[in-house]
Design a protein around this ligand. Structure first.
Ligand code: NAP
Ligand code: MG
Length: 399
């Protein structure tokens, strides 16, 4: 067959450790034989980030702004331990995901890949639940105080105009703890814009939840911004037959557990942090979770939700063929290829990506899988554990 043509390049962000090994295997075995792959390649591996003083990360984000679609491999975020492991590092470089998100101003949507032979812990869930976490502000950028004596705490805002606003927090008779948090109108608006855009893109209902009955001004503002944004998209929602649904966070939690799934749940920063871990473990494995960063103006960066799988990489370096699950990384590629195909109006590319997804899922459904999944399958289902190389070969054969 002749290879499938691409009109516009994808931004390809290479990464680290075990996922970097899988990355090249996926390209070689599953994509390059069929697609005349056009990418603009950025090596976000830690060594190259260090050599370029992390400019490569910034450049890759700007390229995503230019081309609109990126696919990213998991990358190491250096910490103190990594600084010892890689003595050549000249700085503890920032998380690439934080840098890219900062430049694209996007929201991350995480969706589990579901399988018939692995039932979610919650019996009623039939379709995946996508969590959209607002990744700015609130308790993650808060000021905190511990005080030892009786007194009063006040919250003061000094405007550049000279105008001040002030409110009493509380008077205490003894030691106390305090917290002041903030968010910006701009960040809440782009969060809302990304959520409505992604709901329309993926043709799913959008749920949003806060505690505005208690936090009338703060959470109330989130609610209002979302309502305003919904007004802009009402016609699209009606046309697609999808809904925007607002409810209190505690009601949302109860409804999510009783739901069939198949919707997007937009969460404030802390709720999203907690609920995404709950939802992902209830669906099965972190290795089956995909993630896409969507900017308010419609740029997309696809990746696996997991990290570089360091423990497996060290076994690989010792010569072991590890059984590391490549599914989320394959789906990052197919997500990006599908989006590229949609934007470029190249249906063959979309069709190829769908076939690759189907070949991957069918391989799993016939029982050929990596060891992280064999322990999760339904009682009585015959599963055969294979290493990543044999697993990818099995997908290639089916494809
Ligand atoms: P991790 O790489 O996600 O791995 C944690 C554990 O989860 C693994 O040791 C493995 O468990 C299991 N696991 C994750 N993905 C798997 C897969 N595809 N197949 C099979 N098992 C899988 O998280 P981490 O060890 O905390 O972080 C490692 C590095 O990744 C860190 O340097 C961190 O900075 C980076 N990271 C990057 C991103 C990103 O780029 N988006 C996200 C998170 C972390 P077993 O060992 O029990 O098999
Ligand atoms: Mg968390």
């Amino acid at each position: 067959m002749s290879k499938i043509e691409m009109k516009t390049p994808l931004v390809e962000m290479d990464g680290d450790e075990m996922t970097r090994v899988l990355w090249h295997l996926i390209k070689e075995k599953l994509i390059l034989p069929y697609v005349d792959l056009k990418t603009e390649y950025y090596d976000l591996g830690l060594q190259h980030r260090n050599e370029t003083k992390d400019h490569v990360t910034i450049d890759s984000a700007h390229a995503t702004k230019k081309y609109g679609v990126a696919v990213k491999c998991a990358t190491i975020t250096p910490n103190r331990q990594r600084m010892e492991e890689y003595p050549e590092l000249t700085e503890m470089w920032k998380s690439p995901n934080a840098t890219i998100r900062g430049i694209l101003d996007g929201t991350v949507f995480r969706t589990p890949i579901t399988l018939g032979c692995i039932k979610p812990t919650v019996r009623t869930w039939k379709e995946p639940i996508t969590i959209a976490r607002h990744a700015y502000g609130d308790v993650y950028k808060a000021a905190e105080l511990l005080t030892e004596e009786p007194g009063e705490c006040r919250l003061v805002f000094k405007g550049e105009s000279g105008k001040e606003s002030e409110v009493a927090v509380h008077k205490v008779k003894g030691p106390a703890v305090w917290l002041a948090q903030h968010n910006t109108d701009k960040s809440i608006r782009s969060f809302a814009a990304s959520c409505f855009r992604y709901a329309i893109d993926s043709k799913q209902d959008l749920w949003f939840s806060t505690k505005d009955t208690i936090s009338k001004t703060y959470d109330g503002h989130f609610k209002e911004v979302f309502e305003k944004e919904f007004e802009n998209h009402k016609a699209d929602f009606e046309k697609l037959g999808i809904e925007y649904f607002y409810t209190l966070i505690d009601d949302a939690v109860a409804r999510v557990v009783r739901s069939k799934g198949g919707f997007i749940w937009a969460c404030k920063n802390y709720d999203g942090d907690v609920m995404s871990d709950m939802v992902s473990s209830a669906f099965g494995s972190l290795a089956m979770m995909t993630s896409v960063l969507v900017s308010p103006d419609g740029k997309y960066e696809y990746e696996a939700a997991h990290g570089t799988v360091t423990r497996h990489y060290y076994k690989y370096l010792k010569g072991e063929k590890t059984s590391t699950n490549p599914i989320a990384t394959i789906f990052a590629w197919t997500g990006a290829l599908k989006k590229r195909g949609e934007l470029d109006n190249t249906p063959q590319l979309v069709e190829f990506a769908e076939k690759l997804e189907k070949a991957s899922l069918d391989t799993l459904q016939t029982g050929t899988m990596t060891t992280d999944l064999t322990g999760l399958v339904e009682h009585g289902f015959k599963a055969k554990a294979v290493n990543s190389w044999d697993f990818i070969d099995a997908i290639a054969t089916r494809l």
